[in-house]
Design a protein. Sequence first.
Length: 328
Amino acid sequence: MAMRPPASSSSFRWQKPRPLHRRLPPLLLLLVSAASFLLALAFARAAAAGLLRHANSFGRRCSPEGYVGEEAEAAAAQQQRRRPRIAMVSFSDEAEGGGRLRSFRGVGEAVAGNKRSYAGGMGYRYVDARKLVDPGRPPSWSKILAVQSLLPRYDWVFWNDADTMVMNPSISLESILHAAIGHMDFDKAPDLVVTEDTNGVNAGVFFVRRSKWSERFLQIWWNETSFIQFGSTKSGDNDALKHLIYGLSEEELQAHVAISPMQCLFNSYPWIPTLKSVLRLLASPKATWNGVYSDGDFLLHLAGVDDKRKWVANLIEEMHTVWPMKEK
């Protein structure tokens, strides 16, 4: 068999060029791929942030709807009889807690004017409960003491963490309760009204109704000392609350606890475009959608947010632009 003659050097110039990815050094290819991924991620984060901030414009409804028909007549009749007495309570300041980035120092003082103005305009009482803080526990546990101190004199006590702000002062607490409970008969209402986030029940914002059940439940919650934690971003009061609520029988849970179907009804969280929040959005899109803060929501809760004082300063400026209110 005849041997094929070797190809001449000139024949190589007509061969098909190798693909680009075979000519690029592996490290350069990796860098190009990483840059492309980061650009795509940045675009997705920006798009998600814009969409979520305007969730209410895309069909989500968290604000209580106005009463109509028989409900309107029932609401008017109840207000003629006796309007529920409601107190809002929080701490005006807390210890450093959670480290420098998660510090509450000065945050409560900064938002106190916002809450006093809202409470005064709506006819509620706003209480700064800093004197009730038990130094033997992380400060957030003393929310229980604060609620207990007011419950004998009010129909409802509305606890709200120091890192919360009223963003839509046109919404009343009565309308929020009506939306969460589903009726206007507050005397037959559940005793505890809470929201859930992606981690379960949240102890940062909730309503408690004056009742014997509420008195017992708050004391049991306070006695859950095995959940107390020091030196971390968690203090244990939220875990204790979840333990108690999820441990109730189905009958007791239905009779005494209402979990709002929409977290954003009165406990919205800001959505910050971090890798963690993107992954959480992908893992729990419905829960994120139901809980993210959107323009028009009642309250913004800076749960898990760093540099809270800077956030509050920006929010106060935004509030003065959108809802000019005289602070009291």
